[in-house]
Design a protein around this ligand. Structure first.
Ligand code: BT5
Length: 270
């Protein structure tokens, strides 16, 4: 592990360059790099717990126990993907915590030029190329701190995925048809996260929700199967609610439900 600059570091502020002057960045001011780690989200959580400043990024070439949501795993092949987590301290109400996942998905989709599947999948060619894991620690009223992690498949070939992911996962390389520069992907993700976090802090939820909606084609008018707390049910999507929840008109009762957690699977277009 080395702290500070590595090949994926965004570079020291004020470094001489022929381009425009570097802006005052929050995310990525400090970067902690690991060749191998359990989970970058777990490491960023440790840092947050010991007072790490906002914006620090933890980056790894390999994760031994990369995590998805709800106890699921994130397959983190060594040297092929980008696995990073950011420590955040947004001074805002606890009820806005779900927005962190949405804003990270928007930032990821803008950086990678891909689509979003609600709530946190980054999609290319209908396959999953990345995912977001946002974990906030809240008091009754406010967010104390949060860790936002993004994993992206960059240089994977089909054979680099375990059998259960083949046909469901893709990589930037497979989509673009050529090997990709992982350091460039890291820089693009950090820049985009920095931009979207600043927009969210300055303007609020609306621009994040609007961009999310424009990047997530299944949010409206699609029949989906919803897997939330209980038995799966079906309905037709009707967009996002004000807190980023998915609104679905339930088949049968015709009632509109707000889905806050869970998965959706496209059933058919209506
Ligand atoms: C996610 O969870 O998609 C969030 C993944 C976040 C991973 C990053 S890597 C950096 C940071 N540190 C961590 O420990 N985690 C974060 P979820 O929506 O629950 O999706 C998990 C499911 O995606 C799994 O059950 C698999 O079906 C599938 N999956 C696992 N690995 C994958 C991969 N590499 N590519 C595509 N799909 C994958």
């Amino acid at each position: 592990m080395s702290a500070g600059s590595g090949d994926a570091s965004p570079g020291p502020p004020g470094a001489a360059s022929s381009g425009p002057a570097p802006r005052a960045r929050l995310i990525g001011r400090r970067l902690e790099r690991h060749a191998r780690i359990g989970s970058t989200n777990d490491r960023a959580r440790e840092l947050a717990d010991t007072g790490e400043e906002e914006g620090t990024v933890v980056l790894a070439d390999e994760q031994l126990s990369g995590r998805g949501r709800a106890g699921r795993g994130w397959h983190s092949a060594p040297g092929l993907g980008v696995y990073l987590s950011v420590v955040l301290r947004p001074p805002t109400e606890a009820s806005r915590a779900p927005m962190l996942g949405l804003l990270a998905a928007v930032a990821g989709a803008c950086a990678l030029e891909c689509r979003i599947k609600w709530p946190n999948d980054l999609m290319l060619d209908g396959l999953k190329v990345g995912g977001v894991l946002a974990e906030a620690r809240t008091t009754a009223e406010s967010i104390r701190d949060a860790v936002v992690g993004i994993g992206v498949n960059v240089n994977h070939d089909e054979g680099d995925f375990p059998p259960e992911l083949r046909g469901r996962a893709t990589s930037l390389r497979r989509h673009r048809g050529a090997p990709q520069d992982r350091a460039g992907v890291v820089r693009a993700l950090i820049d985009s996260l920095d931009d979207w976090y600043a927009i969210w802090r300055r303007v609020g939820d609306r621009p994040v929700l609007e961009r999310f909606a424009s990047l997530a084609p299944d949010l409206r008018g699609r029949r989906v199967r919803v897997q939330d707390a209980g038995a799966p049910w079906t309905g037709v999507t009707e967009g996002l609610g004000p807190a980023g929840e998915l609104l679905v008109r339930r088949d049968g009762s015709g009632r509109r439900a707000a889905v806050r957690f869970g998965e959706i699977v496209l059933v058919e277009e209506v």
